[in-house]
Design a protein around this ligand. Structure first.
Ligand SMILES: *Cc1c(COP(=O)(O)O)cnc(C)c1O
Length: 447
């Protein structure tokens, strides 16, 4: 039974910078950012057996989720917990819809906050509450958000015992709906309205994490897409998309995934699924005018820029944090990256036109982020003359961006009930400057 070794030997998590002690999933989740400033990744990727991939269409989303997550946990008791975490966190569907020709849309917005981030946030909140992290006392979760992360994390952790969530969002730079979703929950959720951009919010959080004096007094963790516990569950739905493609549409060719991207957590999760043996042909890294990664793929130079405001604001990221994971996954090889990822970026005018044209052509309503994903798919089809099936990850419900979308399609989008209720509640936020000392003081005072 020699082969059992690879199954029973626990997979540890290591930092992209290689200077942090390898640790378990729970510890990596607790740390968020690794102590050497890097991001955690599994030290190896367990290949799921060929039989799993051949019969994947027979599995439900929850079964797939468990099969993907399970090998990262060593003990039977942890695996039992993870099954419960999966079952309670992933309790909504991610249907694959046929759009036209061989374009498919994977709708990831059927969770409570109507965006794909519900997958990661709900999984992480429940994992924190159930796995043994060895933490004494309350945990303070810091989240910099450009909109959707904040609401997903806030909803995921709302009322979870032993946790306090502190959201930092750029004042005036998130949609009114996003703001309502973040600022109306109360209890263990605090919303800080920061004078500055999303990058400023992210900088404050990063500074807090590297502040050892602060960390000795607070149990800090992050729930940004840098946390491995947010990342791993995002690989589940890639595999579920493949299952549906085969089962519902009898399409057996390896798909292309078009991923509307900002911080590149979503795309990184797809790479993890690929490393675990998932058959696929390519990833499209679809961005708005914040095109750092597509430009890197073209030129080989990674040059972060201040973010610019666009219609797809959850992708307004000038220094994508998961880029570090992507380069690590490819062993730093630009050639390898180019073989698996094709970049493309689109501006707001193209995005608007895409929403309008798609609606009049097919009747399907896209949100601005998903529209960027469709634009990348069309561009890929046109330039590469490929007939591979393309799966566009639909990252948000169009009602979340109603004022933009309605203008293009010329009709009202009804608000789902779970969105309607938060609009009726009172906004509660605390305004702070972009100055680190103010933030630090706030954290220590709120202890
Ligand atoms: C967060 C978000 C994205 C970008 O995802 P990343 O993992 O940061 O690349 C895209 N669309 C929507 C709606 C989002 O909320």
């Amino acid at each position: 039974m020699k082969n059992n070794r690879s199954i029973t030997e626990p997979i540890r998590f290591v930092s992209t910078r290689g200077d942090a002690e390898p640790c378990s999933f729970s510890q990596a989740m607790k740390w968020g950012l690794a102590p050497d400033g890097g991001l955690y990744l599994p030290e190896r990727y367990p290949l799921l057996p060929g039989g799993f991939w051949q019969g994947v269409e027979g599995f439900t989303l929850q079964e797939i989720a468990f099969r993907i997550a399970e090998p990262y946990f060593a003990s039977a008791s942890e695996r039992k917990i993870i099954r419960e975490v999966v079952d309670s966190a992933i309790n909504f569907d991610a249907p694959l819809i046929h759009l036209e020709d061989n374009f498919y849309v994977l709708e990831l917005f059927h969770g409570p906050t109507l965006a794909f981030k519900d997958f990661g946030a709900r999984f992480m909140a429940r994992a924190f509450a159930s796995l043994d992290t060895g933490i004494d006392g309350d945990l303070t979760i810091l989240v910099a958000t450009s909109g959707d992360t904040g609401s997903a994390v806030a909803h995921g952790f709302h009322g979870v015992p032993g946790t306090n969530v502190c959201l930092l969002y750029p004042s005036g730079k998130v949609s009114p709906l996003q703001e309502q979703q973040m600022t109306t929950l109360g209890r263990n959720i605090t919303a800080l309205e920061v004078k500055g951009t999303f990058d400023d919010c992210q900088k404050l959080v990063k500074q807090a994490f590297s502040d050892s004096g602060l960390r000795s007094r607070l149990n800090l963790s992050s729930a940004n897409s840098i946390n491995i516990a947010r990342l791993l569950p995002q690989s589940f739905y890639y595999v579920y998309a493949l299952a549906q493609l085969r089962k519902q549409f009898d399409e057996h060719a390896d798909p292309v995934f078009s991923v509307p991207s900002g911080n590149f957590g979503n795309l990184t999760a797809g790479l993890i699924a690929m490393k675990m043996g998932m058959p696929l042909s390519l990833f499209l890294a679809a961005t708005n005018s914040n095109d750092i990664v597509p430009r890197f793929l073209k030129t080989g130079t990674f040059s972060p820029q201040p973010s610019v405001k666009t219609l797809s604001n959850a992708m307004d990221v000038g220094n994508p944090s998961n880029f570090e994971r992507i380069t690590t996954l490819f062993g730093g090889s630009l050639e390898q990256m180019r073989a698996h990822i094709r970049g493309a970026s689109f501006n707001d005018a193209q995005t608007r036109r895409c929403i309008r044209d798609t609606f009049s052509r097919t009747g399907y309503v896209l949100d601005p982020h998903t529209a960027v994903g469709l634009l990348a798919s069309i561009n890929f089809k046109d330039e590469m003359a490929s007939d591979a099936p393309v799966i566009i990850l639909s990252t948000a419900h169009p009602a979340k961006f109603g004022s933009i979308v309605e203008k293009e399609i010329g009709r009202k989008i009804p608000l789902p009930d779970r969105l309607k209720s938060c609009l009726e509640q009172e906004k509660k936020s605390i305004k702070i400057s972009g100055n680190y000392n103010d933030f630090r003081e706030f954290l220590l005072k709120s202890q």
